[in-house]
Design a protein around this ligand. Sequence first.
Ligand SMILES: O=C(O)[C@H](CCc1ccccc1)CC1(C(=O)N[C@@H](Cc2c[nH]c3ccccc23)C(=O)O)CCCC1
Ligand SMILES: [Ca+2]
Ligand SMILES: [Zn+2]
Length: 319
Amino acid sequence: MDGVNATGTGKSLYSGNVSITTDLVSGVYYLRDNSRGGMYTTNMNNRTTGGSTFTDADNVWGTNTTANVQSAGVDAHYGAQLTWDYYLSSFGRRGIDGNGFRVLSRVHYGNRYNNAFWNGSSMTYGDGDGTTFRPLVSLDVAGHEITHGLTEKTAGLIYSNESGAANESFSDIFGTMVEYSSGTGDYLIGEDIYTPATAGDALRNMSNPAAEGDPDHYSKRYTGTGDNGGVHINSGIQNQVFYLLAQGGTNRTSGLAVTGIGRPKAAAIFYRALTVYLTPSSNFKAVRTATLNAARDLYGASSAEYNATAQAWTACGVQ
Ligand SMILES: O=C(O)[C@H](CCc1ccccc1)CC1(C(=O)N[C@@H](Cc2c[nH]c3ccccc23)C(=O)O)CCCC1
Ligand SMILES: [Ca+2]
Ligand SMILES: [Zn+2]
């Protein structure tokens, strides 16, 4: 039901106080953004089905703490908002399908649920148990989950083995780009939500994947069957490629150096590879080729950007 677009104040858990777009209908504010495809955020009340769109009387949402159930809703809604804005402003893409796809964000899923997931039409976030995880609604996770939707609607990378690790890495890459678009960014995934009692750790680390137990080089890839063939493990290889291409540096395993080209160009190369060249069964070698094709298209075949892209994959053992 469309009402009047209103600008609300969201008191979030991880991003301070933020401006969000809400929907005023018959004197009640709904956590729905008709300026961004109608994206909306629901409260699942710690159940695993159902849920209802958050409403509010004064358009000031949450209290920056988990004491108020709206706070996590603010973070999820803001994360979806920034993700929409990132893809539109960076690549002219309006929603994950380019056609204003309406995203649903669901918070307070399950009981102390220590995970989050994309299910084809919505993002779903648990509250965590407070020890292993805080509510999983951080910006990098929101960007990660929504990017699974983008990947589904473009390359369709199969979620196992190398294509699955590439799928995971694209979500980590653009999750950190969405977080970066908020003004503060890093190359860590889930630093705000993981093990609150331990400072400085994260679920994954793109600048040094080994810091969280993941490979930074193809020679160290996981070849077992766990985690769908290591999709959250071998993502470290492509994550390291992106990091070296964006920031420059030396791979710890190969000792090979890469000249950085900056985050925006690196992201543009990976975005074009994902949306133009990759297919469901693409492996890391195919991603190398796709990113080289993308770099050639965007910057030229003998450009510094093209050469840095080749260097980065070689530094991580993918020829
Ligand atoms: O989107 C994804 O790749 C992950 C989706 C995992 C999932 C898949 C299917 C049904 C339920 C859950 C969720 C995230 C993830 O990386 N999960 C990892 C790490 C993890 C989170 N919570 C866990 C609890 C137990 C074990 C591992 C985990 C995983 O599921 O492997 C992404 C960003 C943060 C959470
Ligand atoms: Ca982060
Ligand atoms: Zn993922």
